[in-house]
Design a protein around this ligand. Structure first.
Ligand SMILES: Cc1cc2nc3c(=O)[nH]c(=O)nc-3n(C[C@H](O)[C@H](O)[C@H](O)COP(=O)(O)OP(=O)(O)OC[C@H]3O[C@@H](n4cnc5c(N)ncnc54)[C@H](O)[C@@H]3O)c2cc1C
Length: 396
């Protein structure tokens, strides 16, 4: 392993690997990625992989749109299809949320994103058997769908390696090295070695605050518990769109084996955990809530049974938007706090970070890099959705 490098990335999850690939794509191959465990074993391993542009924050919507373009051209770019399935993305709301839905769709269309309203009959064709009476309005993104975070991260990694990036697994960064002026100049590794770097990029998800604190940077990133439940309907579910059910505040997507994966879309009362110590099984009451909502939405499941559950943790910031940009300390760049958006925007995150580090500005269309600046919290200028949904919290 080199003992000096230009770019050192802490964390071999989706974001760190996307950044590594994008730096190489910018011609910067003096890049080292350090992962304490195995690649994509952190929260990337827990991702539901939902791909939608339906966001009330224009920069996020635009980053997702860029992501869709990369996912759909993955074979050409990476020689690997990343397992993206363009099954479509459907969002349905009750009477209370028609206005935010309409305003969000208008905003997205203004950005050139392919989305439109669909009526109940169209939804009944897209997903036969769904109970639709309590929905007032739907929007549909035919180009959205479902990806596989592990496969995506590994495609970034394989391509970055081919381009000359060094990736080390089983390599824990224990400390950021700072000089007498407080600038970060490298990292201390658990085996006693040090690597000096011009730029250290912190992309280690909910574990970022501890390392940042050692360099005097306070990061308000918490690990918010997310409980997921899997159900087999009794027959494999055919290919259907991902459904954001904002009437029942649940999302449902079809697993590659035809089971259904359900997650919670009500983030009004978040529960925070230690990302290294939590029970990897949903609570009984969360399982019951999910199953009751599913039975309401799919009343004719032939022979349903719960096949599993697991728990992950979103790395959330106070406004549920990521922190991407330079830290207040020289030499340290931040890419954390992805707040449940990190899969779909991962291609754009890599490009944004590489653009900012190499060129000082981004060419990502309709993305204002300033939106994600670290200082917005101290300034009290938080990045909230322009059209928040009643009951859903800030994650949309
Ligand atoms: C349950 C769940 C569902 C989600 N669903 C979706 C979705 O449907 N759509 C979507 O767009 N996004 C979704 N997300 C968000 C998305 O998956 C994440 O934002 C993304 O995977 C985060 O990637 P990351 O690289 O920032 O973090 P991680 O994947 O957590 O990677 C960080 C890495 O850093 C390593 N690390 C930590 N500390 C150190 C250290 N000291 N030294 C070296 N390495 C270290 C860890 O081992 C880890 O591998 C979901 C997230 C969760 C938790």
């Amino acid at each position: 392993m080199p003992d000096t490098t230009t770019f050192l990335i802490v964390g071999g999850g989706l974001e760190g690997l996307s950044i590594a690939y994008s730096l190489a794509d910018h011609g910067e191959t003096d890049v080292v990625v350090l992962e304490r465990d195995t690649l994509c074993s952190g929260m990337t391993a827990k991702s539901s992989g939902v791909v939608r542009c339906h966001y009330g924050t224009p920069s996020l919507a635009a980053m997702s749109w860029y992501g869709i373009d990369v996912f759909t051209h993955a074979t050409e770019i990476f020689g690997d299809d990343m397992s993206f399935r363009q099954c479509g993305y459907l969002v349905g709301v009750g009477d209370d949320n028609v206005k935010p839905l309409e305003a969000t769709v208008a905003m997205m269309q203004g950005l050139g994103i392919t989305t439109d309203f669909v009526d109940h009959d169209t939804v009944a064709e897209l997903w036969p058997g769904l109970h639709l009476d309590d929905f007032a309005r739907f929007a549909y993104e035919p180009l959205g769908g479902r990806g596989e975070a592990y496969m995506t991260g590994m495609a970034f990694a394989a391509t970055a390696r081919k381009m000359g990036v060094t990736i080390r697994q089983g390599t824990t960064v224990t400390e950021l090295l700072t000089d007498s002026g407080g600038s970060v100049y490298g990292v201390q590794v658990a085996d006693g070695s040090q690597i000096h770097a011009e730029h250290v990029i912190l992309a280690n998800g909910p574990w970022a605050p501890t390392l940042a604190a050692g360099a005097g940077v306070e990061l308000d990133v918490k690990a918010q518990r997310a409980q997921l439940v899997l159900v087999d309907q009794g027959v494999p579910t055919p290919e259907v769109p991902v459904l954001s059910d904002l009437a029942a505040l649940q999302y449902i997507c079809r697993e590659p084996n035809g089971e259904l994966l359900m997650g919670n879309s009500d983030h009004q009362t978040p529960e925070f955990v230690d990302p290294d110590r939590y029970v990897n099984r949903a609570d009984d009451d969360a399982i019951e809530k999910n199953v009751v909502k599913l039975a309401h939405r799919l009343p004719d499941m032939p022979d349903p049974r719960i096949t599993g559950s697991y728990v992950g943790a979103y790395d959330v910031t106070p406004d549920y938007n990521p922190i991407i940009g330079p830290s207040p300390v020289d030499g340290l760049f931040l890419a954390t706090g992805f707040s449940g958006h990190g899969f779909k925007i991962s291609p754009a995150v890599g490009k944004l970070v590489a653009d900012l580090l190499v060129d000082g500005t981004t060419t990502l269309p309709n993305v204002d890099a300033d939106d994600f600046r670290y200082s917005r919290f101290a300034e009290g200028d938080l990045l909230f959705s322009l059209h928040p949904y009643e009951g859903a919290g800030e994650m949309r």
